[in-house]
Structure formats: structure tokens, C-alpha cells
Design a binder for this molecule. Structure first.
Ligand SMILES: [Zn+2]
Ligand SMILES: [Zn+2]
Length: 155
């Protein structure tokens, strides 16, 4: 779970909420800023830990995340382990019926998930331009989880 300082000001968070007709609440602003400070999608459990110092409980955060996801400000990912990951939409201030989110890679062994730059996810071959694509996730094993027989033998 990487983190950086949130660049999302309260004013911008406020503007995002207003653009989707959502009421401004402390919880929603805090969730948006918390997600903005993450460098990878986070689970609800991780959000609960991150926001506990602000006095928010799990169910408040869960409702907030779902409100923001339904409004199109937050993206919900399910890489296949039935645990939702949440992150900010790539372009949350642009209203779009079928927003395009950057792709991800997910390690099915350790559960690590990383954001990828957009170029890596351009579908090739069969065209999906008339599909409503919800997520692009490469599922596999990260280098740490890939046991290389040559290394194991020499090490
Ligand atoms: Zn792994
Ligand atoms: Zn991402």
C-alpha cells in the first residue's frame, strides 16, 4: 500500500461532489482525499484503518464509498477474489456515461494490486469499442510470488 500526500484540495473535492449532485459531507471529502493519497486501489478494510484516526467507523466508510462509486467519482474493482478495491476515477470531473479507467495488474497469490499506465491496457485484436468495459485487470503472479526453479536450486 503506497501513499503520497493528497493533492486533492477540499475545494476540488467539494466541486467533485457538487458535479454529481452529492451533498458535501465530512466523510465523503475525507474518503476522496484518502483515496487521492493512495498509489494503488484500497479495500474497505484498509480504508477503515486509514480513516479510523478521523473517528469514522467501518459502516460509515462503506456507505460513503458506495455513494461515491454510484455517483461515478470512485471506481470499484473486483480483481477476482471477491474483495472490492476502491480508487478515484481517472477523470472524475468529466461527466461520461462510460468512463475509461486505467488498467491494473493483480497477483492472485499475495493479493497485491498495482495501477498501470493506460497504454498497457489498450485492447488489441478484437475490438471492444462497443462494449461497456468495467475493468481491465491482468491477473497472475507477481515476481515475489513466482518461484524460479533455477534460483531455488542455486540458492
Ligand atoms: Zn504476489
Ligand atoms: Zn488504479
Amino acid at each position: 500500500m503506497g501513499s503520497r500526500n493528497s493533492k486533492l484540495s477540499v475545494d476540488t473535492a467539494d466541486e467533485m461532489l457538487r458535479s454529481r449532485g452529492l451533498r458535501r459531507t465530512y466523510t465523503r471529502i475525507s474518503i476522496l482525499q484518502c483515496l487521492d493519497a493512495r498509489t494503488a486501489p484500497v479495500t474497505h478494510a484498509e480504508m477503515t484503518v486509514l480513516l479510523a484516526p478521523l473517528g469514522m467507523d467501518g459502516s460509515t466508510i462503506f456507505r460513503g464509498l458506495n455513494d461515491l462509486a454510484e455517483a461515478g467519482l470512485v471506481c470499484r474493482l473486483d480483481p477476482g477474489d471477491r474483495v472490492w478495491r476502491f480508487e478515484l476515477r481517472d477523470d472524475p470531473l468529466t461527466p461520461d456515461d462510460s468512463p475509461r479507467q486505467h488498467p491494473h495488474r493483480f497477483c492472485s497469490a499475495c493479493g497485491r494490486i498495482d495501477c498501470l499506465t493506460d497504454q498497457n491496457g489498450h485492447p488489441s485484436g478484437r475490438d471492444v469499442s462497443d462494449w461497456q468495459v468495467e475493468q481491465i485487470v491482468f491477473v497472475g503472479k507477481c515476481p515475489e510470488c513466482t518461484v524460479c526453479p533455477a534460483n531455488a536450486a542455486s540458492g
